[in-house]
Design a protein around this ligand. Sequence first.
Ligand code: HEC
Length: 492
Amino acid sequence: MTAGMRKAAQIAGATAVVLALGIPLAALPASRVGESTATPAAPPSFTRDVAPIIQQKCAGCHQLGGIAPVPFHTAQQISSRSALIAATVQAGLMPPWPPGPRSPSYAGEQERRLSATERATLLAWARAGADVDGPARKPLPKKPVQVAPGESVLALRMPSTYKPRAAKGVTDDYRCFLLDPDRSGDSFVTSARIEPGAAKVVHHVILFRVSRGQVADAKRLDSGAAGLGWNCFGGTGLPTGDGSGSIQDSLNDANWVAAWAPGWGGNRLPQGTGVPLPAGSQIVMQVHYNLLNGRTRDRSRAVLTVAPSAANLTPLQTMLLPAPVEIPCAKGEQGRLCDRNEALFDLTSKYGSQAAFVPAGLLILCRGNAANPRAGAVSTCDRRLTQPTTIHVAAGHMHLLGSSIRVELNPGTPRAQVLLDIPRWDFHWQNAYTLARAVEAGPGDVVRVTCRHDVHKRMHGGHGIPKTPRYILWGEGTTDEMCLGILQVTRG
Ligand code: HEC
């Protein structure tokens, strides 16, 4: 049984016990230490006590068309599921928290997990009958964006809706949209919340910075393509600089402003840091639509907070740590695409010749053998740091066949330190984690990403994973795979 199935089975179990046995909620034991004392005497009010907890800790996933099966949009939807909410909260299954025990502690952990008091409030409200003391059908008020003194809010929205499309047989559409922040001076982005319009089909969103000098090229791409935006695979589709920079340089300081994937909350960047947004630069919003889930029209938006350059923040850079993905067919599987060359050809026919260079490029970058790659379920890559580097944020990204990911510093040495360890990867629960204590590293230190994929998830199906046996390579499609560590760092 895979981890995802185990979790689903646990939730189904909790659900079945509550529903089938009709256990009165009063009978659920308030077993955790401190809970009984934390329980308020009068039943909690939905509007005052419960709604803010649901809004902050649950609704990010439990939204209309979101990744969780049920939306918690209105009081009625929440109240009618109070028994299930109590059961999953009591069992510690919700909200999910992917980092395992080997991970360090993260800032804001308490903003994602339930405190003992919050858990007690939800349980007490459910036990007391889950009454609603406010409007039942109106959407709950949205969590306001946190704005620090001196900052302003910048909401950037696609100019109109876009209907995802792709050639026959292709299940992914990469579309780039140019958004103008229209800032006269230099600024820093200090937080980013991306609100996918059609959450069901939006697989990920990346905001790229486009320098003043590149804006004309971006406009040309936009007007040259039919419909809103332009097709873009693996980036913005813009030429990168004058070509003099190495691959390492562009991976060490990627022009990312923010990223969003399912489960990813709106993260504030670490105190005192910001992503530079120089005057005249614009933002390309790359949206990856997963057509396995339909072709719903989308109009996603990004809500940023920005500080002026006078705020004197330390520039935060994004470091990408990709590793080659070379997953052979499982024993007993066979088919034309189990042959690596056929799989590579298939990738090229879907995404163009650029896609075919990536697997070889990654092998070279990670000291693999590009002529004769070693296939397997584990991918790994080391990067040696060349500058004093402070590591603030760690994240990992894989697709549907991922089973675990780890990002670590100086593995196998006395100075080894895990930055992020997700022992049971779940595609639906992706996030960026801000280290409670930033980690100082220097020239010569090594960061390593290690991923495990499980091709058996394909054989079991589910999540729309096509069952066709295939040698899987690094690719942007939902049914291709990635192994990507992401660090946000300050340097010097
Ligand atoms: C990071 C995303 C995420 C967050 C945050 C989250 N959930 Fe969930 N929830 C899910 C997913 C996904 C499922 C579907 C089951 C699965 O895949 O494990 C689910 C299932 C459930 C179910 C079972 C629904 C059913 O009908 O089977 C309940 C109840 C639930 N969640 C309650 C909560 C509560 C209460 C919170 C907040 C305290 C919360 N969830 C926060 C993602 C999330």
